[in-house]
Design a protein around this ligand. Structure first.
Ligand SMILES: NC(=O)c1ccc[n+]([C@@H]2O[C@H](COP(=O)([O-])OP(=O)(O)OC[C@H]3O[C@@H](n4cnc5c(N)ncnc54)[C@H](OP(=O)(O)O)[C@@H]3O)[C@@H](O)[C@H]2O)c1
Length: 273
């Protein structure tokens, strides 16, 4: 292992974006630690090194970051990628379900930031990329708490970026639209969103549209390129949206259309009234 190669920690590297980002960074000469909630596989001779970490567990986050620092003596980049999706009408979503969504997608990122920032400040440099979403810019019906977690990450990243800038630390958001990853199969529905829910037909229609969008967009390399670009840019931007043209247009129209028109557009996009 080269002592001079930069070191990255990528959370949620068992599938989807995280796995591809970890492999992409490794291919560019980074020393990469990826995290896995399950038992990590035996260390590969070559490739990202997998370490155990559940981002909802304080001790696991502290132990994982400590291990990277112990083994490499540095930590140049954190990619807060671990995430999951809950869907269902807001009225049907229990407080426990809502907390589970925010604990992974939002507080998980905060746990990691708090764990890595002391070392990055001591180094006088560091990069953090938070994986947001276009669902952090536009509220999507029947994905309300997923959107809330990603909207929260937007505000968090904006604020953190200014707080840590004097320490030589750059913070960015990569905001993907819908892509085919493990998130589709692993998405959880609020328990009360099934039979008996007043929202069932519209919720099913909207979620089906979302799944079709995800399944139809199988090339995740643009997301990987944006993340690597943000980590290697001399002056990284705050936001890097990455989505199909139809979804980027939808987001752009938010600024241009009167609110009732935009709302109708989103509802017709998801084929609900
Ligand atoms: N796919 C999309 O359309 C899309 C769009 C915008 C943003 N995103 C965001 O992209 C990020 C990556 O998701 P993905 O689409 O690549 O889905 P994915 O294939 O399901 O990958 C999610 C990763 O996060 C890990 N993870 C979930 N909960 C965790 C926890 N509590 N602690 C540690 N790791 C955990 C998963 O590990 P396990 O293997 O243990 O489950 C997995 O490695 C997420 O933040 C997601 O919100 C996705």
């Amino acid at each position: 292992m080269s002592a001079t190669a930069p070191v990255a920690l990528v959370t949620g590297a068992t599938s989807g974006f995280g796995q591809a980002i970890a492999a992409g960074l490794h291919g560019r000469g980074w020393i990469v630690y990826g995290t896995s909630r399950g038992l990590p596989p035996e260390p590969a001779a070559a490739g990202p090194r997998m370490i155990p970490m559940d981002v909802t567990a304080d001790e696991a986050v502290a132990a994982g970051v400590a291990r990277v620092l112990r083994e490499t003596g540095r930590l140049d980049a954190l990619v807060n990628n671990a995430g999951c999706g809950w869907a269902g009408a807001l009225e049907d979503t229990s407080l426990d379900e809502a907390r589970a969504q925010l604990d992974t997608n939002f507080f998980g990122a905060h746990r990691l930031c708090r764990a890595v920032l002391p070392a990055m400040r001591a180094q006088g440099r560091g990069r953090i990329v938070n994986i947001g979403s276009l669902a952090g810019i536009v509220g999507v019906p029947f994905q309300g708490f997923y959107c809330a977690s990603k909207f929260a990450l937007e505000a968090y990243t904006e604020a953190l970026r200014m707080e840590v800038k004097p320490f030589g630390i750059h913070v960015s958001l990569v905001e993907p639209g819908d892509f085919a990853t493990g998130i589709t199969a692993k998405r959880r529905m609020a328990a009360a969103s099934g039979a008996g829910s007043a929202y069932l037909p519209r919720c099913s229609t909207a979620v089906a549209r979302m799944i079709a969008d995800e399944n139809g967009n199988t090339d995740i390399t643009p997301v990987v390129r944006k993340v690597i670009g943000a980590l290697e840019a001399r002056a990284p931007r705050l936001r890097y949206p990455v989505a199909l043209p139809s979804q980027r247009l939808l987001v752009a129209l938010r600024q241009l259309l009167p609110q009732p028109w935009f709302e109708s557009l989103v509802m017709s996009y998801y084929r609900i009234r």
